[in-house]
Design a protein around this ligand. Structure first.
Ligand SMILES: *Cc1c(COP(=O)(O)O)cnc(C)c1O
Length: 394
């Protein structure tokens, strides 16, 4: 049977795998040998589900957006990941990975963060479990993301500045990898999206798959069938999208739509539209599509939303793009900001700017009146208020 899930070597079609320095092999190998066994253990599942319920606040509602549906003449449901504790889907994954770390006998967590959202989600679960937490962050990002740095410190994490290179996310990732190589026995590295070497993309997708697991029974209750005609999500690394698509990947009756950040325009030179612009290469240990120069140097991505500002995309999404299973649409900063304001004023929900990209789809694509559409509302916009305010001169 054809499948869009990872095979046992972590490949999605030609993408994925584990391209890592030999010194990292013991770390990823320990995880690879154990992750499925641990995740399928009934005790682990029970603890994960309990925390998702009582701590994260799951199940998140599937909300029928009546005014948006009237405006665009189709049936639009919003999966409310913005109502998760900490304000976005990222915590589904960090809860899963901290439990995984405990099962593997680790007592120290490291993570890398760009805008700080994944750092906060990681610091949160480390506080919950009383486990030491070190977050690597580019010196430049530390300066421009002060509120999230303060949150991480408040939660008890150590924020270590990455001082090399461009002093942003990729340098923080290099520092985290170096730390992991030096501390293979007691440390687990929590990666924040469906990126990195096998088994991370598959493991993170499985933790986030709770999103589509819930959509299935919620739609069955509301519409009498467990699937939509289209499921739509914004894609940075691809984790909220992977979670929303997961149980529909091998169901051809469900259209999969991925929305990427075009920044100032796909061909403006300031963009993060990875699949449109990307070529095959290796980033963070995974073979995927990434933005690069002719001679293979990774190019700096740009988007007004920090969470979509990543030069690669997870291997699942690269495969969805190349195989044609997914429909990929790029949305500019301006289109996303306008859509974010529109959703705020039509539904009383201020979305994260990442999510606002997904809402701009309706200016690019028509749907039929009886189509059932689910948009994954990946996060709330509180963190982005100052950007919205500056943009609209509110
Ligand atoms: C981090 C983030 C994203 C992008 O990450 P994915 O791994 O692609 O989901 C999207 N939306 C929000 C609200 C985020 O915080």
């Amino acid at each position: 049977m054809s499948t869009y899930h990872a095979n046992e070597k972590g490949y999605y079609g030609e993408f994925g795998g584990a391209f890592i320095p030999e010194m990292l092999y013991p770390n990823t190998e320990e995880l690879r040998q154990n992750y499925i066994k641990i995740m399928e253990d009934p005790g682990f599942k029970a603890e994960f589900d309990q925390l998702l319920k009582d701590y994260v606040g799951r199940p998140t509602p599937l909300y029928f957006a009546k005014r948006l549906s009237d405006k665009y003449r189709t049936k639009i449901y919003l999966k409310r990941e913005d109502l998760c504790h900490t304000g976005a889907h990222k915590v589904n994954n960090t809860i899963g990975q901290i439990l995984m770390a405990k099962k593997l006998g680790k007592n120290r967590i490291i993570a890398e963060t760009g805008a700080g959202q994944h750092g906060v989600a990681t610091a949160t679960v480390c506080a919950l479990m009383g486990i030491e937490c070190v977050v690597y962050m580019g010196e430049k990002d530390i300066a421009r993301q002060a509120p999230n740095v303060a949150r991480m410190k408040m939660l008890g994490a150590t924020v270590r500045p990455a001082l090399s290179g461009s002093r942003t996310l990729k340098d923080a990732t290099n520092e985290a990898i170096r730390d992991w190589i030096n501390n293979p026995v007691n440390t687990h590295y929590i990666i924040g999206s469906v990126v990195g070497p096998h088994p991370y993309p598959d493991m993170v997708a499985r933790f986030q798959s709770v999103i589509s697991e819930e959509i299935k029974w919620q739609l069955l209750e509301k519409e009498g069938r467990d699937y939509p005609d289209f499921v739509i999500a914004c894609v940075g690394g691809g984790s909220n999208a992977a979670g929303a698509y997961y149980h529909y990947l091998d169901r051809p009756e469900v259209g999969i739509i991925a929305v990427e950040a075009a920044g100032k325009g796909v061909h403006s030179g300031e963009s993060a539209a990875t699949s449109a612009l990307g070529r095959v290469g290796i980033i963070h240990g995974s073979k995927t599509l990434l933005m690069q120069t002719q001679d293979g140097q990774i190019t700096e991505p740009y988007s007004i939303s920090a969470g979509l500002d990543y030069p690669g995309v997870g291997p699942m999404h690269a495969h969805l793009y190349r195989s044609g299973r997914g429909e990929f649409i790029s949305i500019t900063d301006d289109e996303a900001m306008t859509a974010g304001l529109m959703v705020s004023q039509m539904e009383g929900i201020i979305p994260a700017i990442e999510t606002s990209h997904a809402f701009a789809i309706f200016d690019h694509r028509r749907f039929r009146p009886d189509d059932i559409i689910v948009i994954n509302l990946s996060g709330r916009g509180d963190k982005d208020l100052s950007t919205y305010i500056d943009y609209f001169k509110l």
